[in-house]
Structure formats: structure tokens, C-alpha cells
Design a binder for this molecule. Structure first.
Ligand SMILES: [Zn+2]
Length: 211
């Protein structure tokens, strides 16, 4: 779940800034990894935005080493939870995390470009530290970013090349039905009927009826 940030500008105020999720890099082999983000000031957007957070390879290696160390918090938290107590899936969970980190490591090793604003793709961004008062890039005074908790936001379903270039797509695959379909999806046969009626269903041997 993404973080809920607070942007504190002095003097002047500030406001809450919800984190983002559902942003993915698409690797050459078709696998996806999460885009990690942090609040930034984007000079091109002229606004607070989400920027890519790109950690050093050493940071990923540190996390991998922790998952191999039975004394570490990361290792223990795989097994010290209800999920493991009920289903015995702790080891599976640990392996999944290792696989994910190794994939991220491969992406990180190849990544050349500096972090970008995920909204506009510009690298002309100011990455703000967390819990530290710094000169305000947006105007006079200072700014401090704090984490206020977590928030439940929609999944963007934005896709990026490994270098952080947005791949244009107009679909939102997390919608489990077409956004225009509404309640009809829930009626028996409703989805197929709706697709047929609106000309979205291409049936073998037949022409779609069109809208
Ligand atoms: Zn931007």
C-alpha cells in the first residue's frame, strides 16, 4: 500500500500527497517489476509529482542478504505471521521476495537514465528527502516531507520501459469489467450480451453489429 505523505511548506502551509501504485517497468522478457516512487518537485510539470526512486545495487544486495539471514527481521517476518501459521507458506513467501529482488537487481544493473517524473517523463526533478527540512524548490521558504501513514489508492496501471519512458496504453487491466459496462457485468450472461450489443465482441464467422 502506498504511503500518505504530508508536504509541509513554511511559511505557507502545504497539504497531503497520496502515494501511487500500479506502475510497472516492462522488461525485455515481458516480466514486470514495480516502479518505486517518492515525492519530487518536477520543474517541467511545475508541481509536486511522483518521481522514480532508484536505489543502488548495493541496497538490493543488502535486502537479499537479509532474506538469507535467519537472524534478520526480513527473514523472520516471512515466518512470524498468521499467514505462515495457517498455511505454512513462509518459505514460499521468502522465495517469492528473493525472486522479485533478483529481477529488480537485473533491471537496476542495466538502468542508465536518471530518475524521472512518472507523469511527464522529465528528469528535471528535485527529489525531496523524507523528514528533513530543505529549501523549497517550489518557491520561498522551506519544505519538509513527512510520511503520515498508508493510503489505499487506485492502481494506475501505467507501464514504463526499463529506462522510465511511459508506454502509451489506453486500457486499465485492473478494471475487471469495461468501465462503461456498469452493473450489467453482474447479470448472468450480461457481459457477453453487453459486448455483443455494443459491437465489441468479434464472433467467429460473424460481423460485429456495431454501435
Ligand atoms: Zn513532470
Amino acid at each position: 500500500m502506498p504511503a500518505m505523505y504530508e508536504i509541509l511548506i513554511a511559511p505557507g502551509g502545504g497539504g497531503l500527497f497520496a502515494g501511487t501504485r500500479g506502475n510497472y517497468y516492462e522488461l525485455a522478457d515481458g516480466q514486470q517489476i514495480d516502479v518505486q516512487t517518492t515525492p519530487v518537485w518536477c520543474r517541467r510539470c511545475g508541481d509536486w509529482r511522483h518521481g522514480e526512486s532508484i536505489e543502488p545495487v548495493a541496497e538490493i544486495d543488502r535486502k537479499l542478504a537479509e532474506l538469507d539471514d535467519p537472524n534478520s527481521f526480513a527473514y523472520q517476518s516471512c515466518f512470524d505471521n498468521l499467514f505462515h501459521e495457517m498455511f505454512g507458506k513462509g518459505e514460499e513467501f521468502r522465495q517469492e521476495q528473493i525472486t522479485r529482488l533478483r529481477r529488480r537487481r537485473r533491471w537496476r544493473e542495466d538502468r542508465v537514465s536518471p530518475p524521472k517524473c512518472i507523469e511527464c517523463g522529465s528528469a528535471d526533478i528535485v527529489v525531496l528527502p523524507i523528514n528533513e527540512k530543505v529549501p523549497n524548490p517550489a518557491g520561498p521558504g522551506t519544505v519538509e516531507i513527512r510520511i503520515r501513514g498508508m493510503c489505499s489508492t487506485d492502481f494506475n496501471e501505467w507501464h514504463f520501459t526499463p529506462e522510465g519512458e511511459r508506454i502509451p496504453r489506453d486500457t486499465k487491466p485492473t478494471h475487471w469489467h469495461h468501465p462503461a459496462m456498469g452493473d450489467e457485468f453482474n447479470k448472468p450472461g450480461g457481459a457477453v450480451e453487453w459486448l455483443r450489443r455494443t459491437g465489441r465482441l468479434k464472433e467467429p464467422g460473424g460481423e460485429s453489429s456495431g454501435e
